[in-house]
Unconditional design. Sequence first.
Length: 134
Amino acid sequence: MNTLPKVVFSRTLSSVSWSNARLARRPVEEDLPTLKAQGDGDMVCFGGARFAHALAARRLIDEYRLTVHPVALGAGLPLWHGLSEPQRLRLVSSTVYADGSVTQTLLPDAQSHRAPRLEPPDHHAVASRMPPIV
């Protein structure tokens, strides 16, 4: 990983010392489309809820890989809080790990900008159809 080029988006850092890293000077929503156009392969973005929200709100994410860990922190930021419109996602894969963590790979639906507002599912009905996890 040290040999790969990296771009760090930060509001607090004035420099980065990691090998092959540079500090972005523009906001992520301005810089990322340029980086994607210049790239010759996949790009991975790691970050917290604010970073993910900035990308999701502008539809800059081609694939989500979300991992949920079995711990309740009692605080934090919702990942998709305040989106201007619903964004439908299509589940591609789901992996359950021995520690109870679950990783889901999701792709944005091409028609998600026209997604209707959906009511929450009846959790009792959903739970009764779910197979047991072994």
